[in-house]
Write a protein of this length. Structure first.
Length: 247
């Protein structure tokens, strides 16, 4: 969408955004452990999962039903390895704030692979795509230097233009911004050895969304977990030197 069109619509968009924020229920992050080990095998794959509310499991009751649970279980099923996983996520984080959170962590956790779900809050806060990409570059550097991560898988921004909880034209405008951010992320990650962008075709009708019409429901988390596990198992993990399971 052009800047001129945004300026014309800005009074309506601001009013809709404020009304939507008041109207939508504030859903909690999923309960349950934020680290664990699943599966068995001769090797250990250490997985760090992080990001915003979609990484934290907002929209479902427990982490078993959320992104972390589905990804870790499916990944353990697909590789000959135990998967030790840890979740570092918080609702409302922009990409830059997520990098700040990791930078301030007192005890960084070692991992081979990381999965991050970020971007919607960059759209909400009107962060330009180039600044969001720069924040992902900083996040990637922190993960390499502080956690030993060798590859970061970035989830795509969701199709915000199909979020049932958003009114029009706010849904249309935010959707266009999300697509712009996602294209910038895909271009940045293309051809890199240390990062990848995984397109996921998400079913976002009201039946599979959370009650607020904004966050994922369990079926969406399951689709994402399956796609991430397949990408890591077939594309990322074979290229990495595995860590032997302690005896």
């Amino acid at each position: 969408m052009s800047l001129a069109a945004k300026l014309v619509l800005s009074p309506l968009l601001v009013a809709q955004a404020l009304a939507t924020r008041r109207r939508l229920p504030r859903l909690p992050e999923a309960e349950g452990p934020r680290e664990g080990v699943v599966g068995t095998g001769s090797r250990m794959l250490r997985l760090l999962i992080g990001g915003d509310s979609s990484a934290a499991g907002v929209g479902v009751a427990t982490q078993d039903q959320a992104l972390a649970g589905h990804t870790a279980r499916e990944l353990a099923r697909r590789v000959d390895a135990a998967v030790a996983w840890r979740l570092v996520a918080r609702s409302g984080l922009t990409t830059a704030q997520c990098a700040d959170l990791l930078a301030g962590a007192a005890e960084p956790w070692r991992a081979d692979v990381a999965v991050f779900a970020l971007g919607v809050n960059d759209v909400i806060e009107q962060v330009p795509p180039r600044r969001a990409v720069a924040a992902r570059e900083r996040l990637l550097h922190l993960l390499r230097e502080r956690a030993g991560v060798r590859h970061v898988v970035f989830m795509p921004l969701p199709p915000v233009h199909r979020f049932p909880g958003l009114p029009q034209p706010l849904r249309w405008v935010m959707g266009a911004d999300a697509r712009r951010h996602d294209h910038a992320l895909a271009r940045w990650a293309a051809g890199r050895d240390d990062a990848s962008h995984v397109p996921i075709d998400l079913p976002l009708d009201p039946n599979v969304m959370a009650s607020d019409g904004f966050h994922p429901g369990e079926p969406v988390y399951r689709v994402c977990g399956l796609a991430l596990a397949e990408h890591i198992a077939t594309t990322v993990w074979p290229r990495l030197t595995p860590t032997e399971t302690p005896r």
